[in-house]
Design a protein around this ligand. Structure first.
Ligand code: F1P
Length: 352
């Protein structure tokens, strides 16, 4: 529920949409180095890794810099090829995650320029990185990341737009369009939070599910992963996220009348393909919960339940589609009597 303000606070002061300007000291001071990077390597864990995956789409779309995203928890244990022409972006809510710290150390040893995206001012990761940008979300109250995810995406979007403008890989009109669309997001998130009642009803229907599949395409593939992680973390229901098109390469075998499938099917990029994925699920009697764009007709006819999100440009849809998935996990967890703020076995910052 804090997300409209958290997102607004994160861009306020940095985004002068009426003037077509983005001010980010950490990026401004190193603009040429970041813009000329051979590649950007993003590292993080859990939800922060998912924010990195969204950023991969944004950076490649807007700034045309090749991006790789890796779990910090794996990256730290291998011998990656990194040079001084690489930029490594480390993302962390707490700023204390040991795996991410170790990845930063390794990247610095190899000579890369290491940039941090953190929530917590003065945290270990913000000190260890060479430059950075804070989200203005403040620390998460609970263990599971929620507002951290949307504000990390906000920061990374601003960064990609800035780099795109500097490199000339995004047109001035597209740049302005994105800034204006970003400025409209907090109100849309606030509106979306009003679908809480519908989501609570869906939660009541599926609270006893043993498994759940999440599907998304393009910018919303990482959101599918994040939706599944939220359900696992706070409800202890087994859930997996996949790119929608990957379903036919294996997970489809799991679909029967017992299986809820959450499909993000916003009316953007390859929507028709997602509609045909939904038809495949329906013909196997899976239960379909779909996140759609307001006014959608096609998916509504097929799905068992729909949650509508307001219209926005494609690159910003994750900021909206994430919200109902967080609420769904929250309501299921509450209905099951779980402690949503302190899930079992999870620590706020994983420092070992
Ligand atoms: C990473 C993370 C969180 C998750 C849980 C455990 O933390 O995996 O995404 O919700 O709290 O840690 P961070 O590096 O983003 O603080």
């Amino acid at each position: 529920y804090e997300q409209p303000n958290a997102i607004r606070d994160t861009y306020r002061g940095r985004l002068l949409a009426d003037k077509g300007i983005i001010k980010m000291a950490g990026v401004d001071d190193n603009l040429d180095r970041i813009a000329k990077a051979n590649r950007i390597l993003i590292v993080g864990c859990g939800t922060s890794w998912h924010a990195g995956l969204v950023a991969e789409y944004i950076f490649e779309d807007m700034a045309r810099i090749p991006v790789e995203v890796e779990y910090a928890s794996e990256f730290r244990y291998r011998n990656p090829v990194i040079t001084e022409n690489d930029v490594v972006i480390a993302i962390s809510q707490s700023g204390e995650t040991a795996d991410t710290m170790a990845a930063i150390k390794l990247a610095k040893e190899k000579g890369a320029f290491v940039f941090g995206v953190c929530n917590v001012v003065g945290s270990s990761i913000s000190r260890e990185t060479m430059a950075g940008a804070y989200t203005h979300a403040g620390p998460e109250i609970g263990v599971a990341s929620t507002k951290a995810f949307t504000t990390q995406i906000t920061v990374l979007t601003l960064m990609a737009l800035k780099l795109g403008k500097y490199k000339g890989t995004i047109s001035n009109s597209d740049f302005r369009l994105h800034l204006q669309a970003l400025e409209a997001i907090p109100k849309k998130v606030a509106k979306l939070l009003q679908s809480d009642k519908v989501i609570k009803e869906i939660a009541a229907t599926y609270k006893d599910a043993r498994n759940c599949i999440y599907l998304g395409r393009g910018y919303n593939f990482p959101v599918a992963l994040e939706g599944a992680l939220k359900l696992k973390e706070i409800s202890y229901i087994h859930a997996e996220g996949y790119p929608a098109a990957e379903m036919k390469h294996g997970p489809i075998a799991l679909i029967d009348e017992e299986m809820p499938v959450v499909v993000i099917a916003v009316r953007k990029g390859h929507y028709e393909k997602v509609v045909s994925n939904i038809q495949e699920i329906k013909s196997r009697k899976g239960k379909i919960i779909s996140v759609v764009t307001e006014g959608d007709v096609e998916v509504k006819e097929l799905a068992d339940h729909v949650i509508e999100i307001p219209e926005t440009i494609e690159a910003l849809t994750p900021l909206l589609t994430t919200i109902p998935l967080q609420l769904l996990s929250y309501h299921i967890a509450v209905l099951l009597g779980k402690n949503v703020d302190q899930p079992r076995n999870l620590a706020k910052s994983v420092t070992v």
